[in-house]
Design a protein around this ligand. Structure first.
Ligand code: NAG
Ligand code: NAG
Ligand code: NAG
Ligand code: NAG
Length: 464
């Protein structure tokens, strides 16, 4: 057996495990591969075992994702400093740097500041960081900053039980009674952990300054309760950019007016060449927008009205109601940057895939794990496969047409490319949900303008 076939078998096994975890929404990092046109020195692929372990863990973590996405409550405004100039935060894929599927930014927490590489998650609200003495948190290594030390910060304040913020976290508890520190339990990426709620100065590094929010409310992790092996939990913490009261956008509402956008670099990049733009200043003027929808059952998430899909410019016939928001139960379409591969409700995916297959003239390859539409090509000739464009049509109408780089994923060993989307689960609470994921958003600017109730898309190259 050649090393190629060994690698492919491992891929198949691991991806099969993943895809059978069908109740999950969040997809995962797949170790892939350079596209035949890429010139980046991407050769040093991690060993298969490392990759397989990482992948399996991340995939297993998917099931935990949706449970934590719900939150509600009034906005809390923090006394952040008002800034009028543009605030562009450099972001990078966390895959190369931290082995996580999220995009990351450099944050400074505390006074004096302690630097952390935090995940930016638009589908979560609460922020959390590992704190000194945390049991079960990733152990410090040379590549990781030490955990946050509240005692080294002159500004850190615990949030007490009975405070409004304590009622906004999931599963709050007050082991020491009213007046003691507010504790809460949270699940993320296959891990469950306990944190103490606190406040401190938070800064996100920007290209020209740092954006400061004083008294930012976040969870200080002190105990990881359960963790699947190789969990893809962000090792240096996370800042939620969802729509709930504890999210970054809510805590800085008086500064940034509930507006942000991002441009996600290619997941293989390791440079901070993407940007997270905060506030209305510096957002693209010419951008196609579609109304932002809400789902009261999942108030943190950014829903849009996907009304159709085109393949090669032609409408894909879809069952009526297949794209509707609550039909069947909790359907609809969300935009997420922590899921890597778009998942379409099963009947939608089947129709899109069939239309796609009809338009491709290439040697069909066996399914690669969860990807069921794969083709082989001759790597030495550097001629890739010609595939049709895929267009998502949103209410407006707004059409977002994806080029090959957002549609096909190339295997790390080369010679095989697959349609980088999959069907969602056929039953359970997430059946019917469509998730537009990061691979399909790469090198686009995606605008979340909550203030004006709209989501925008435009092409923008942000990969260095
Ligand atoms: C949080 O987790 C701890 C440790 O497992 C457990 O003792 C506690 O009951 C949990 N609290 C809540 C509110 O679920
Ligand atoms: C790939 O193309 C090259 C150049 O045309 C050819 O020599 C080689 O045999 C091809 N390989 C396969 C596996 O078809
Ligand atoms: C989505 O858009 C379609 C077509 O414009 C419209 O009929 C439908 O009511 C919209 N759904 C929601 C939830 O806004
Ligand atoms: C990333 O940045 C470094 C330093 O600026 C540069 O040398 C490298 O070529 C960049 N990598 C890519 C893939 O652009």
């Amino acid at each position: 057996m050649s090393s190629l076939s060994i690698r492919l078998s491992v891929v198949l096994v691991v991806l099969s495990i993943f895809w059978s975890a069908a109740s999950a929404v969040r997809s995962s990092t797949l170790h892939l591969a350079r596209s035949p046109r890429s010139v980046s020195p991407d050769a040093g692929a991690p060993p298969v075992t490392t990759w397989a372990a990482t992948l399996a863990a991340q995939l297993a973590a998917d099931a935990a994702r949706l449970a934590m996405l719900a939150s509600s409550g009034p906005d809390i405004l923090q006394n952040a400093k008002r800034r009028r100039h543009r605030s562009f935060v450099p972001i990078a894929p966390g895959r190369q740097i931290l082995s996580i599927p999220n995009y990351i930014a450099r944050a400074r927490l505390g006074t004096p500041p302690q630097t952390l590489l935090v995940a930016i998650d638009p589908s979560n609200d609460a922020a959390w960081v590992p704190c000194t003495g945390c049991t079960g948190c990733a152990t410090a290594s040379s590549s990781l900053a030490p955990p946050f030390s509240p005692t080294q910060s002159s500004m850190y304040r615990p949030v007490r039980c009975g405070s409004p913020q304590c009622s906004q976290v999931p599963s709050p508890s007050c082991p020491g009674g009213v007046g003691s520190s507010c504790a809460f339990n949270l699940s993320y990426a296959g891990s469950t952990f306990q944190a103490l709620l606190g406040q401190d100065t938070l800064a996100l590094e920007t290209d020209n300054d740092v954006v400061v929010a004083s008294s930012y409310t976040f969870g200080c992790l002190h105990h990881v309760i359960t963790s699947t092996s190789g969990s893809s939990m962000p090792p240096q913490g996370l800042i939620g950019f969802g729509r709930g009261p504890l999210s970054f956008m809510s805590q800085t509402k008086d500064v940034f007016g509930s507006v942000f956008s991002y441009c996600l670099p290619n997941y293989k990049s390791s440079n901070f060449s993407g940007t997270l733009r905060l506030g209305p200043t510096g957002q693209p003027r010419r951008i196609k927008t579609t109304p932002l929808l809400s789902n009261p059952h999942r108030p943190s998430l950014y829903y849009v009205n996907l009304t159709g899909v085109r393949v090669g410019g032609r409408n894909v016939p879809l069952p009526p109601s297949a794209l509707a928001l609550f039909d069947p139960a909790n359907g609809g379409t969300i935009v997420d940057a922590g899921t890597m591969f778009t998942r379409l409700a099963a009947p939608v995916y089947a129709a899109v895939r069939d239309a796609f297959r009809r338009r491709v003239r290439a040697a069909v390859a066996p399914p690669l794990g969860g990807f069921d539409t794969c083709y082989s090509y001759n790597v030495t000739t550097t001629v890739s496969i010609v595939v049709p464009t895929v267009t998502f049509v949103f209410a407006g109408p707004v059409a977002v047409t994806l080029p090959e780089e957002n549609v096909m994923i190339h295997s790390s060993s080369g010679g095989i490319a697959c349609l980088a989307m999959a069907a969602g689960p056929v039953d359970g609470v997430n059946a019917g949900l469509n998730v537009l994921a990061s691979m399909q958003q790469q090198n686009h600017r995606v605008l979340f303008d909550v203030a004006n109730g709209r989501v925008g898309f435009s092409r923008e190259r942000c990969t260095a």
